[in-house]
Every structure is written in C-alpha cells, then in structure tokens.
Design a protein around this ligand. Structure first.
Ligand code: DLL
Length: 446
C-alpha cells in the first residue's frame, strides 16, 4: 500500500512547487531564529527573500557535522527549550555525540515518514511489528516505533540484542514485519538455523534493514535464509532518524526519498558542485519542514547516486542508491580507494564464504597491508575437517588454499589490489550484538 497517496504520487512539477514554497519559508525561518544561520547567510550575502525556488538552492552555504559539534548541545535549535519534546543523539566515533531535538510537529512528521517507510516495506494496518532497532538515544527504535503505531500496526518494542528473546518473540508472537540492522539480521538468521527453527514456518514476511551499509549480495543471502523480503531503509539523526528514504518492496531498486520533507542533492565532495543525475557523489539534505533543528544543505558524508526515473510502484519521489561508502570512511590502501562494501561484494561472490568478515589494516615497512578475514561456511568447514582447519589453515588442506586463492582473486578483481586473505572458522568474525557492527580495524595510525 501507499501510505500517503496524494503526496507520494504527486506529479513532480507540483512537488517542486511545494518544495520551493517550503524552502523559501525555511530560509526566512532560520534567518530569524538561528544565530548561526543568520551569520552564515549574511556572510554569503543572501537575504531571506533571495531564495524563492529550489533552483536557488546552490546559492546557500553548506552545513557540516562540525557545525553541530561546535554548537553542542542545543546551539542550532530554532525553538525555545520548552518546545522541544524529544532529544536523541548519535554517538560520534570520537568526542561528544551529535544532539538532535524534535518539537511536537517534528515528531508527527517523523511518525508520518516512518509510516510511509513501513508501507513501502509491505506493512499494513493490523500487522504486528517486531522492532529490534535499539531504543534509547539512537533514533532507530523510537523512530520506527511511532511510525508503526501511527499506521495502526502493533509494535513489539524488542529493542536490539538478546537474540534468544528475539527468536522467542518471532516464534511465539508471529510478527509480520521485523526491523533491525542488516548485520544483526545475519546474526539472527544464523542463530535461528542453529536452534533448528525453520524460518519458512515463521509468519514474518519482511525485514526493514538499515542504519549501516549492506549489499545486494547480502540481500540475496538474507532473503534466502529467512524467506522474507529484505528492504533497505536509510536515515540519519541530523535529518530526522530512520524514514528519510526507504525502498519499495515492489521494485527494491533504490530508496524513495521523502522529498516533500527532505530536499536532496548529490554533490562532488571535493568541489561542492552538483553532479549529473545518476552519478555518485555526496548526499546533501535540506530539511523543508522541521522546526526544532532545521538544516540547510547538510552534508551527510554518505556517497550514493539519485535517480528521478519513474518507479513501477507509482511513487514519484526520487530514489537514492544504496550507500556505497562514506566520504570520510573510504579507506585508502596503498593509494587505492577502498570501500568496505566493495570487499563485502567481492567476498560474497565466492562460494563457501559466509557473509561475516573483518578488514584489518596495518603497515609493514611503511607499506599498507590490508588483511581480509573471511569466514568459511559451515558446510565447507565440516567437509575439510574442523581440527585441520584450526591448526593449519593454509598449509594442510589443498581445498583451503584453493579457496584462499579464489578470495584473493575476487578481491583483486573488484579492488585492483592484493589483499592478505585469512580464512576463519565459522563464528570467528565479529558479529552484531544488536546494533551497528564495526568491521574495519585500522591499526595504521597506532
Ligand atoms: O542510523 C538512523 C537509522 C536508524 C536509519 C534505523 C535506518 C534505520 P545515525 O545513527 O545518525 O542514524 O547514523 C546515520 O548511518 O549517515 C549512514 O552513514 C548510515 N546509514 C543509515 N542507514 C543506512 C543504510 C541512523 N540503509 C548514518 N545504508 C548515515 C547504509 C546507512 N548506511
């Protein structure tokens, strides 16, 4: 179903008119209420009335994560503290978190975009939803929670982790839809199979997966293992949380951006200039309707492309590709740009390799060394013999060496670079305990 037929299938010309109208109001709003923006606009020589159309967007300055950090915790809020009804924060890798706030209207918009996302993923009123995104400062849990309730879906607020309990809920409550990080979905799939549960016998029909990058190969793997539709959801705390965009289950071909609320651009991260439609660049959002924390041209750091081509589902809103990496977490290994998603895609092309891996970067004799640690599948492990594998992974068994060579070649084909390959026994690579998973260990700076 389409949750908001009128908005989601609006002819593009009409949508652009709505966006222009909202953009012009937004600029006046932040100029009046946020000292940081008043200063930015003054510096850029822009008066609020100068921006009347989305085609003027390029005249506005960018906002970056450091601006939020510099104004920690509440400095960019556009409303008095008393009008803030909710605060979330996303943990930074270093230092203080990024803090975001919501007014009553903001919370309503968030519920609306999450309801749309749930509908895109195949949920409908009357369904039951097991929400395994973390509840707390992280936006995943509560964001999806209110979207589901708004839609008329029963929520089981399982939150992240506690896999035995997740499995119990899946079996005993028989929810229709589940949401969690893709890495946790893998943990869950493996644990279900270990516990002898046949996923085909569960009622759950769709998993809404996001908050971290994943790949088409992983989708195939999860859909086959869990007998579900695995659908991609994207969002970031600064813009609202989950619900910025979501794939429709009909096409599973790009995530529809909730463009009436979040105006997207894709720019060249070096020059700041827009890239042509369909080309990969850094995703930038302007919030068109948010009250508490309106952001102008916020640079997400996420790399993707956008298409405005019509979609078979009937929605007219633009679609963004999977996130191919982050402008700032792209690894540079011996001068080669490497995205962890490419490593994953290469690994999953190789038979007998499980979707669990880690990338360890070190430096030997001033040269970068990229080690890819990849788990073999259970079936392979059983076949070669577990004790052999544990003692002499590379030397003893010819089949292990052959598999290593294959992985090495797959990585070379995709990355154009020689990686050191270490095969791991099942269960040895890092697993998600319920939240986002860190797969890259960069020891080069230590
Ligand atoms: O991760 C919000 C969210 C919750 C999205 C639940 C989807 C589901 P943050 O913690 O602020 O917010 O992290 C935002 O996570 O800039 C991306 O780099 C990454 N990310 C989010 N969704 C996806 C996705 C939430 N589907 C950051 N694919 C973003 C790849 C994603 N990366």
């Amino acid at each position: 179903m389409i949750w908001n037929e009128k908005i989601e299938t609006m002819p593009r010309a009409e949508l652009q008119e709505l966006q222009s109208e909202r953009l012009s109001k937004l600029v006046a709003y932040v100029y009046e209420r946020v000292p940081f923006y008043r200063q930015q606009l003054d510096q850029a020589g822009i008066a609020p009335g100068d921006i009347q159309d989305i085609r003027d967007l390029g005249k506005l300055p960018f906002t970056v994560k450091a601006d939020l950090r510099d104004n920690y915790p509440f400095g960019l809020f556009a409303v008095p503290r008393e009008e803030i009804l909710r605060i979330h924060a996303s943990s930074g890798t270093t230092g203080k978190p990024t803090v975001v706030g919501y007014t009553r209207d903001d919370l309503q918009i968030w519920a609306e975009v999450c309801a749309r996302s749930l509908a895109m993923s195949g949920a409908k009123p009357g369904d039951m939803f097991q929400n395994a995104y973390g509840y707390g400062l992280f936006t995943g849990g509560l964001g999806m929670h209110y979207g589901a309730e708004y839609m008329g879906v029963a929520v089981v607020p399982a939150s992240g982790g506690n896999t035995a309990r997740q499995i119990m809920i899946l079996q005993d409550f028989q929810p229709d839809i589940m949401a969690c990080t893709p890495s946790y979905a893998l943990t869950l799939a493996d644990r279900l199979l270990e516990a002898g549960v046949d996923p085909a016998e569960l009622k759950v029909r769709a998993f809404i997966l996001g908050a971290e990058p994943w790949t088409e190969e992983m989708r195939r793997e999860l859909e086959a293992k869990l007998h579900v539709d695995a659908v991609n959801i994207y969002g970031l705390s600064e813009i609202i949380g989950p619900g910025v965009s979501n794939e429709c289950v009909e096409a599973k071909d790009g995530m529809h951006i909730m463009e009436d609320h979040f105006l997207p651009e894709v720019i060249d991260p070096q020059t700041g200039q827009p890239v042509p439609e369909g080309q990969v660049g850094e995703l930038v959002f302007t919030t068109l309707t948010k009250q508490a924390l309106p952001l102008i041209r916020y640079r997400t750091g996420d790399l993707c492309s956008i298409t405005y081509e019509p979609c078979i589902c009937g929605r007219t809103h633009a679609r963004m590709s999977r996130i191919l990496g982050r402008a700032d977490d792209m690894l540079i290994v011996r001068g080669v740009n490497v995205f962890p998603s490419q490593v994953e895609a290469a690994l999953l092309q190789v038979e007998h390799i499980a979707p669990h891996y880690a990338i360890v970067l070190t430096r030997e004799n001033h040269l970068d060394v990229m080690e890819v640690q990849a788990e073999v599948t259970d079936a392979f492990f059983q076949r070669v013999g577990s004790d052999v594998f544990a003692r002499h992974p590379a030397e003893v068994a010819e089949s292990i060496q052959a598999l290593e060579r294959q992985v090495h070649q797959a990585l070379r084909d995709v990355l154009g670079l020689n990686a050191k390959v270490t095969l791991l026994a099942p269960g040895q690579a890092p697993r998600s305990e319920g939240g986002k998973l860190r797969r890259v260990i960069d020891k080069r700076a230590l």
